[in-house]
Write a protein that binds this ligand. Sequence first.
Ligand code: C2E
Ligand code: CA
Ligand code: CA
Length: 691
Amino acid sequence: MLDDPLRVLDTLVNNLEGMVYRCRHDDNWTMLFVSQGCLDLTGYLQEELVWNTHVSYEEITHAEDRARVRQEIERALASNQRFSIHYRIVTRQGQIKWVNERGIGLSDETGEPVIEGFIEDDTANKKMLEALQNAEHYYRNLVENAAVGIFQTTMDGRYLSANPTLARMYGYDTPDALIHALGDIGRQLYVEAGRRNEFRHLMWAYGEVVNFESEVFCRDGRRIWISENAHIVRNVNGAFVCYEGTVHDITERKQHQSLLERQANYDQLTGLLNRNLLHELLEQGISRAERMSYFLAVVFIDLDNFKFINDSLGHAAGDTLLVKTAERLRGCLRASDAVVRQGGDEFVLVLNDHYRISSIISLLERVLIEVSKPVLLSGREFQVGASLGTAVFPQDGRDAMTLLKHADAAMYAAKSKGRNNFQFYTSELNRVADERLNLENAMRVALEQDEFEVYFQPKTDASKRVVGMEALARWNSKEWGTISPDRFIPIAEETGLILPLTEAILCKAFAAASFMNNALGHPLRIAVNLSPKLFLNEEIVWHIAAQMRDSGLSSSCIELEITEGVFLDNTERAVRILNELKKLGVALAMDDFGTGYSSLGYLRRFPLDIIKIDRSLVTGIEQEGEVAKIARAVISLGNSLGKLVVAEGVENQAQFDFLSLHGCDEFQGYLISKPMSASAMIRFLQERTAA
Ligand code: C2E
Ligand code: CA
Ligand code: CA
């Protein structure tokens, strides 16, 4: 019976992988028993180890570990504890093995202190652990030193981890700084609102995002472009743990891309748009012109004699000429216009937002003048003209192709007309342009020969007493007959003749008013119209002051009528000029009031004294419809702002009565009198005073 359990124990012990032992607690760890596993573990036979016959176990223990092993065992024994040690042995074959030894101190049958324990090979475990540690180290290194940003984030947009590269990319010193600062990725990181939602949406739908490109803010507010690749990390149960992914800085690629786009759409030499975008530009322009009922003009420009310059002076000179021309063309255009280099020495202008053909004509004139100014090439001055062909939407074509074809045809017509001129596609427009040019020339002559005259139209108060008059320009041309201001004022404005013309009108109007006031014995106010174009230059103040001085007319007798157009171009400068004029002591009137859009704002902001209700608000006023309501509102607004309210275009008594009833202060129109010459005006005034 007793034999049996012992045998079982023996089999068990000897079949164990590892070595069971009993040794004395002495200086040599004298071995009393070792199991058969010792051979596998150490390479020594049982009989070689027992009684330390051939070798002591301590000698098998790695020299570097011996002292530690003994120390730990002694300590455990001293405190009656089990021990468990990890150390190396060197086998008979010279192989180093990591082993685990667990044991306990006991007393044997005789009371001798012994140790019993079990030693097993731990090399595999140890290797796995090492491999794990190495792997972790490796991956940590990989993450820390990766060239890409690496992150883990929560679903609600916080960072769980970030690597130094990501921190650097976003402008932070450390990953911790980044994690701290960005508590709401959706709001703080992405430039485009809703970008993080897009990210989450893709994650939800596909479990990953691939090459997700976004613009993001860096710490200092700088913007960079990134590309993200990320996926959802789940635990063993499939529950969401975090988003994890990589970030590439693709700013440079993006910049390169936009550079390529630029290169694709811009001409390298001149920096102008190239022909690639021409069609698109035209189509946009056409639909805009259609919507707003504006004209759109396509102008083909071909430099005259470019080939000659290029061939005789060389390409560098040719390039210089092209660059210079591009610069000059750009200088002629307004913000809404575009200039395209079509190729070679051909340019195309797309002129938008013109509501008069005459303004297109004056722009073409300017282009011709600018382009044919002398240019310095290879140390010599050259003058190179250009031939311009123009097609106008809608009359010359309703689509881009047709307009381009017709502008091209017109350009050839200009060339055959002897170069350095412009031609329209339609003969009708050419006729208009010719007439325009002739009229312009005639106007220059007329100014010199003093063909302009001033007519006067009286204004009365509610009791029909004459209180003032408006000066209106008239042109009696020897060649053309009487020309209406509605025709010559726009041309004067476009050609710059408006300043000398206004000077002439001011001079005559002030002189006549001064004369009438003296003759009449009581002062009449004289109103003169000022074109918005005069407000481009502060000099106008000086001109008016000079005319005032020369005429001896008191400033309290002078009204200057301006329109909303004054405020369109450069409001600040306009206001400065208006204030300067106010300082002269004159009154300022807002003309054509009620026809524009923001009239009310102007009234409050600018130093205006008088509102002139436009004729369109007076005509039909007696019918008491919409117009009457607006007119009444304007009058009461003017009254409440303390402005003098004047109605123009009053043609009948009913209109007069209505306006007067609702508080209008002064009245002007055919009911009182048509505009008339100075001598007729004097007679008119004398009859009135006599009556
Ligand atoms: P405006 O300043 O609104 O001048 C009033 C225009 O209405 C004048 O036309 C006048 O003859 C006309 N008119 C006056 N009463 C009546 C009426 O009862 N019924 C009708 N149907 N029309 C009336 P005009 O003289 O042909 O002047 C046209 C525009 O030319 C003026 O409009 C003004 O904008 C401009 N203008 C005239 N003279 C000058 C000037 O010396 N300088 C500037 N810059 N513009 C001027
Ligand atoms: Ca006026
Ligand atoms: Ca008016």
